[in-house]
Design a binder for this molecule. Structure first.
Ligand code: CU
Length: 150
């Protein structure tokens, strides 16, 4: 499910030049894929992963993630085995922002219920340029890792 709103007046000129319908390559065009949460051991803390794909010709920035089902969700990067909270992540033009086990992740704290395999969390992703994206995050087995699945 994708909801995009135009950042505003800055795009007006580019849109006029584009002339015809279809997607406008001059703005971010974001969608989410490979979304999952490995079943955590408790409701206190859990990690979640996804990939944000930008088919547009303008970069954007993920600035926050919220969910009714979690007290707090923070953005974490990992370097040298240590994780660190960051305030935003860049989504490059014609590129992707990847969250994966051992790397960038979403950190969920104070979940309302302990997520169990088969559950789904609804997330709202906010960006610096684009409108928010609503993303369904399914809960997978604790050992699930799509990068080692094949
Ligand atoms: Cu973390």
């Amino acid at each position: 499910m994708r909801r995009l709103t135009l950042p505003g007046a800055a795009l007006a000129g580019a849109l006029a030049l584009a002339g015809c319908g279809g997607s406008d390559a001059s703005k971010p065009d974001l969608s989410a894929s490979s979304v999952y949460m490995p079943q955590p051991v408790s409701a206190d803390m859990a990690a979640g992963f996804l990939t944000i794909v930008n088919k547009g010709g303008t970069k954007d920035e993920l600035t926050s993630v919220t969910s009714d089902q979690a007290g707090r969700i923070t953005l974490h990067s990992t370097s040298g085995g240590a994780m660190q909270e960051v305030t935003s992540f860049a989504v490059p033009a014609h590129g992707r922002l990847v969250f994966e086990s051992g790397g960038n992740h979403l950190m969920f704290e104070n979940l309302k219920h302990k997520p169990k395999q088969g559950d789904t969390l609804t997330l709202r992703l906010k960006f610096a340029g684009s409108g928010p994206l609503t993303v369904e995050m399914p809960v997978k087995p604790a050992t699930y890792n799509p990068s080692t699945d094949h």
